[in-house]
Design a binder for this molecule. Sequence first.
Ligand code: SF4
Ligand code: SF4
Length: 352
Amino acid sequence: MVKTDFGPPKYLDMMSDLCKRNYGKWKYHEVLDTGTLVHVSESGEKLYTVRAATPRLMHIDTVRAFCDLADKYCGGFFRFTSRHSVEFLIEDEANIEPLKAELHAMGYTPGGVGNTISNMLHTQGWIHCHTPAIDASGIVKSVMDEVFEYYKEAKLPARLRLALACCLNMCGAVHCSDVAIVGVHRVPPKVQDDKISKMCEIPNVVAACPTRAIRPEPAKKSVVVNDERCMYCGNCYTMCPAMPIFDPKNDGAAIFVGGKVSDARHPAMFSKLAVPYIPNEPPRWPTLVKTIRLLIDVYAKDAKEGERYGEWINRIGWEKFFQVTGLPFTDKHIDDYIFSVPTFRSTATFKW
Ligand code: SF4
Ligand code: SF4
């Protein structure tokens, strides 16, 4: 048979027999420790999960080593999560500790389960994408090194999800994570008149701008940007490589806090701006790392048991949030736009 669909295989094809038998019948799950979960089915069958953070970009030898571990301890079944953790799905409880010992020996510490920070969801950064304002892998490594204790020990009031997106296109879930880093450009794109007509579809470029800052310049077979209207989103550069927006001196990171996907206790929430700009400081981004550490430390000390980051801020109020963190409140934080009617964009909880 000719295979014409290159999409993912049907999910059931990738499940173990135990998972197939209990599909739709899982009754509850429990956290056994910061690296291990157990799911219990209505039938009484159990599935254990051992989770460990990965750097996302891995050598093929590492992937093969994970495959070998999965063959040895869990019938070949493991998966990568959207936060770039590796999860081994184990049926025999006796295999948990030997697997963990082998992961440790490879340099991978089980963790990120329960009231911890899980691995950091992140995007491509300088290594791959063309629009980033910040790196991804370098910052993630620097931040995770600093907050590692919160990953391997349950020292937080509730789970804390970290995310990073290296531009406002936001391939990472920064809008709904507890603490999130976003790359921000701060100058308009530079129009390369000599290249535009050869590389870009001008009507598409004009249409790509959300603020209508771009208009055609027929005499030059190019476009003009109204700098006053530009919000540095980089949409035009995504459409047209002859409008580069990156700028080593002005690009940097903003930090957002308080988002979550879960509907538990409080409906899902969008994150909000906490820090408008921190410059790029490779290779270890000390100011950014220090600020993330501060945000997590203050939450760990001040929040009540079970309170997610945004719930904590809602309880104490944003004024107090800026007091207890010592972060400056600036004009960039003023967010007072409202819609006359609620739209999909005004809530993280879609209502169909
Ligand atoms: Fe590229 Fe932006 Fe996505 Fe980063 S967030 S990978 S820069 S599109
Ligand atoms: Fe428009 Fe965004 Fe390009 Fe500025 S960066 S011109 S707002 S598309």
